[in-house]
Design a protein around this ligand. Structure first.
Ligand code: NAD
Length: 477
């Protein structure tokens, strides 16, 4: 059994979590310890004890630790990518791609540790020196979802450690394998002092709740659904802790009449259906101008029918299974609700049988939808996209912004005027022109607006906003 890592030791949990392969439910990926609330509290205590000395460690020591971790992740990309594909259902190339991203994130923040800088301001008082510096927050709580089981933990753990914080980390219950493998590398290759990094696998309602409520956790970063994020956010704010929430999306992709049709189809299919559509940045609303609408729909259907949906590790697989039975039911319920409201299931949405028992669903395209339908208001989080027909660019922009979410948005067009205007008027945190709404650079800020995000941006140089606290000092020499 793979154990939790608490206070410098590998510990058994209160019970055991069976990690099941969604491509083959007979395949148990592994047994993982599940901690309870008392073990979560133990981890928080250990991190609290360890935080001050880690905060005083040199940037070089921290940078070197991250660099070694990144090197090992990259060297083991095939093996870890296979594990990820097996437990989460991404295809093998997608799994390997995610592992590479995680490795590169550690390398990036190894450098960021050394680059952290302050500022000298001109004081308004004669002879006084005014300095601004950044210091670690102390203990950072990290709670992650199942859909990027190694990349999201990496892009939170790496900056937390780089800037001198101690970490308590809780991965999603559904996918403990990649998180455990990452933790094992951090513990061994990172050679961190005892208590600086703690892995606490277990249910959100027990382990995550302790992180959110503990006064010793000064900053909490969460990625997951909007409902859970909101409630964790309230708990943190009640006790005055810093909180960063990355939540759901209902991302629009506009296709204008002047778009390059082949490019638009690739952008839409990749953004909506790759990684089985289980991405917060997935294009779930395809807003298509009247003149290109029919051609576009026909070409997307043709492209979807060429996709191979199968066991995530099978040769040539384009789209793996849905992650779980519960998620599959949610996807099917949304497809049904769209049809009941007048949408037409133009392609897919069928349960598929493959060589192994798994949660297989063909990519679903729903046409003739309006922006008011449930399918276009709520996040589905599966291989389901709907098409909304619009008369012109103005209507497209209005509908794209008419959502409670604001993570990512996109436009396919050859018009400089419209792409420039859209970059300005889109109410999303990330705007894409002729590239998929999903798929971002690890050295650029990531995050959204409205119900999609709360708090400072993640990743790139902007990550320091959350993982450090600004201190201003005045000195009269
Ligand atoms: P979820 O909200 O169910 O769970 C996320 C994490 O929170 C898990 O680790 C879970 O165990 C924990 N948790 C659950 N209840 C808790 C509680 N009461 N207290 C503390 N922790 C608790 O989300 P999920 O189903 O794992 O992930 C899918 C969601 O994640 C989607 O909504 C998706 O859009 C979102 N997501 C957002 C981003 C982003 O960056 N915006 C990225 C990936 C996924």
């Amino acid at each position: 059994m793979n154990k939790n890592f608490i206070a410098g030791e590998w510990l058994e949990g209160a019970d055991i979590n069976l990690n099941i392969n969604p491509s083959d439910t007979n395949d148990v990926v592994g047994e993982y310890a599940r901690a309870d609330a008392s073990q979560a509290a133990m981890a928080v205590d250990a991190a609290f004890e360890a935080a001050p000395s880690w905060a005083r460690s040199t940037a070089e020591v921290r940078g070197d630790a991250l660099d070694r971790i990144g090197t090992e992740i990259l060297a083991r990309r095939e093996e870890l990518g296979r594990l990820l594909a097996r437990e989460e259902g991404k295809t093998l190339p997608e799994g390997i791609g995610e592992v590479v991203r995680a490795g590169r994130v550690f390398k990036f923040f190894a450098g960021e540790a050394l680059r952290l800088s302050g500022e000298r301001l001109a004081s308004i008082r004669l002879g006084v020196e005014a300095d601004v510096r950044r210091e670690p927050e102390g203990v950072v709580g990290i709670i992650t979802p199942w859909n990027f089981p190694i990349a999201i933990p990496a892009w939170k753990i790496a900056p937390a450690l780089a800037f001198g914080n101690a970490v308590v980390f809780k991965p999603a219950d559904l996918v403990p394998g990649s998180a455990w493998a990452l933790a094992e590398i951090i513990v061994r290759a990172g050679a961190l002092p005892s208590g600086v990094f703690n892995l606490v696998m277990g249910p959100g309602s027990k382990v995550g709740d302790v992180f959110a409520k503990s006064k010793k956790v000064r900053a909490l970063t969460f990625t997951g659904s909007t409902g859970t994020g909101r409630s964790i956010g309230m708990t943190c704010m009640e006790r005055g802790a810093k909180v960063q929430l990355e939540m759901g999306g209902k991302n629009p992709l506009i296709i204008l009449d002047d778009a390059d049709l082949n490019q638009a189809v690739e952008v839409a299919v990749s953004g909506s259906f790759f990684s089985t559509g289980q991405r917060c940045t997935a294009s779930s609303r395809l807003i298509v101008q009247d003149g290109i609408h029919d051609q576009f729909v026909e070409a997307v259907i043709k492209r979807l029918s060429s996709l191979k949906v199968d066991h995530a590790l099978s040769e040539g697989c384009d789209m793996g299974p849905v992650v779980s039975q519960a998620q599959l039911k949610q996807d099917c319920d949304y497809i049904k609700s769209a049809q009941e409201e007048g949408g037409e299931l133009a392609y897919g949405g069928e349960l598929l049988t493959r060589g192994t028992p798994g949660f297989y669903l063909s990519p679903a395209l729903i046409t003739e939808t309006t922006n008011q339908m449930r399918i276009n208001r709520e996040e589905v989080f599966g291989p389901v996209a709907s098409v909304i027909r619009v008369k012109d660019y103005e209507e497209a922009v209005t509908l794209a912004n008419d959502t409670e979410f604001g993570l990512s948005s996109g436009i396919c067009t050859t018009s400089l005027k419209h792409s420039s205007d859209f970059k300005q008027r889109s109410t999303a945190g990330m705007v894409m022109v002729n590239v998929p709404t999903a798929g971002v650079d690890y050295n650029a800020p990531f995050g959204g607006r409205k119900n999609s995000s709360y708090g400072p941006r993640e990743q790139g140089g902007y990550a320091k906003e959350f993982y450090t606290s600004v201190k201003t000092t005045y000195t009269l020499a």
